[in-house]
Design a protein around this ligand. Structure first.
Ligand SMILES: Cc1cc2nc3c(=O)[nH]c(=O)nc-3n(C[C@H](O)[C@H](O)[C@H](O)COP(=O)(O)OP(=O)(O)OC[C@H]3O[C@@H](n4cnc5c(N)ncnc54)[C@H](O)[C@@H]3O)c2cc1C
Length: 374
């Protein structure tokens, strides 16, 4: 069978990361083909809680989010709402958290440092055990579905060709070209971008490569309508791991179950009780909330061993790029990642130093510490 040729890069996956990357790659003059197993935003992107925040501890993550949020803020239809993120920080983590705030300020992120009493103006909560709180008014949420479709539209305008309902089922390399097999035929190009989200490890395995990304199920519980005096920003209690925010007149809330890894499908309702138990300790007023089972949902985080993304060229593998393993932060970082990947594909210096996120940390046995996790 003759493979379809004439492309510079094939992108695998049309979630927010693949779609944004396709647009940026085309913007740099590359001929780009996207192969998507289902439809745009049909993977984790369409199931995210849509939060965007620049409140991270490391320079790289702060910058990836800051630049992404700026891009979303300027995009019509992005749904960007600067509702803010309020972090409730336990005493033991407070000093380290403040060091992160210093880095955020150095990068122009307007995070405010608050006492637990002062933070009550954003949301009511019990203050026990907290060293302090931080609030960033430019954090908030977006419409990940709308954003992805906008990147697809922009990419198409720039000449990118998308094939939907087209899974990549085999990958080989010969004569300086990657050859990707799909039920609709074969496509070849000298460069491949693995933007397959939670499936990135499996996609890499098709090419005989080991990219350590695993699926980890996350639940989002939705309450019935509540009579709150004002909408709540994203509130993240770093002590209990519980997060919640307003979604219209309801609240959505969740907490990671670290043991819930692998391809487990559907809502795990058994996780509701331990989540609520922890949540009620911090937010006792939740006692009166009802649960809307049908409006609750689940999806896969795409988790790496150190909960940090894998970005850039695969060492010693010609023409293979990764933009995956965002470990729950892919929506908030996709826009900047796309710019970085386009520069990387052309052999240019990325505008943000992605050194810490390169694959080499696994071969060097130099895993990172997880950044602030939600
Ligand atoms: C419950 C939940 C809450 C979250 N909350 C947030 C949040 O508040 N903020 C945030 O930033 N992030 C959040 N995330 C994480 C976020 O959703 C992901 O980091 C982000 O969507 C990753 O985007 P992606 O494009 O890399 O992956 P995806 O959106 O999963 O896209 C990957 C695509 O690859 C396709 N694909 C897979 N295998 C193949 C194949 N063999 N051939 C062709 N195509 C293939 C899939 O169909 C899919 O469309 C959350 C995730 C979940 C599940």
């Amino acid at each position: 069978m003759t493979a379809e040729a004439g492309w510079d890069v094939v992108v695998i996956g049309a979630g927010i990361v693949g779609a944004a990357c396709a647009w940026r790659l085309a913007g740099h003059g590359l001929r780009v083909r996207v192969l998507e197993r289902g439809h745009p935003a049909g993977g984790s992107t369409g199931r995210s809680a849509a939060g965007v925040r620049a409140q991270f501890a490391t320079d790289t993550n702060i910058l990836l989010s800051r630049h992404s949020i700026e891009e979303y803020a300027a995009m019509p239809g992005s749904g960007y709402q600067p509702a803010g993120y309020l972090m409730l920080v336990p005493e033991a983590q407070w000093a380290a958290h403040l060091a992160g705030v210093g880095r955020q300020h150095a990068h122009g992120v307007p995070t405010e440092v608050l006492t637990p009493a002062g933070a009550q103006r954003h949301a009511p909560f019990q203050t026990g055990g907290l060293g302090g709180c931080t609030f960033c008014p430019t954090d908030g949420f977006v419409d990940p579905h709308g954003l992805t479709l906008e990147y697809v539209r922009l990419a198409r305008e720039a000449g990118v060709r998308f094939s939907l309902d087209t899974p990549v089922t085999a990958i080989s390399r010969a004569g300086g070209q990657w050859r990707l097999t799909t039920p609709a035929g074969e496509v070849e190009a000298p460069q491949v971008l693995n933007a397959a989200g939670a499936w990135s490890g499996e996609v890499a395995a098709l090419a005989g490569l080991e990219v350590p990304v695993r699926p980890a199920r996350r639940m989002v519980f939705t309450t019935g309508p509540l009579n709150l005096p004002r909408p709540l920003p994203m509130v993240f209690d770093l002590e209990s791991g519980v997060w919640l925010r307003s979604e219209g007149e309801r609240l959505i809330l969740g907490r990671a179950d670290e043991a819930d890894v692998g391809w487990r499908e559907g809502m795990n309702w058994a996780w509701l009780e331990p989540t609520l138990e922890r949540a009620l300790g911090r937010f006792p007023w939740l006692e009166t909330a009802s649960l809307d089972r049908r409006a609750s949902w689940w999806g896969y985080y795409e988790v790496t061993p150190d909960h940090q993304p894998i970005v850039g060229r695969m060492p010693r593998v010609d023409g293979w790029l990764n933009a995956c393993g965002f470990s729950g932060h892919g929506v908030m970082q996709a826009a900047a990642i796309a710019r970085v990947i386009a520069q990387e594909a052309l052999g240019e210096e990325p505008f943000i130093d992605i050194g810490p996120l390169r694959y080499e940390r696994f071969t060097a046995g130099a895993l990172l510490s997880p950044d602030i996790q939600v």
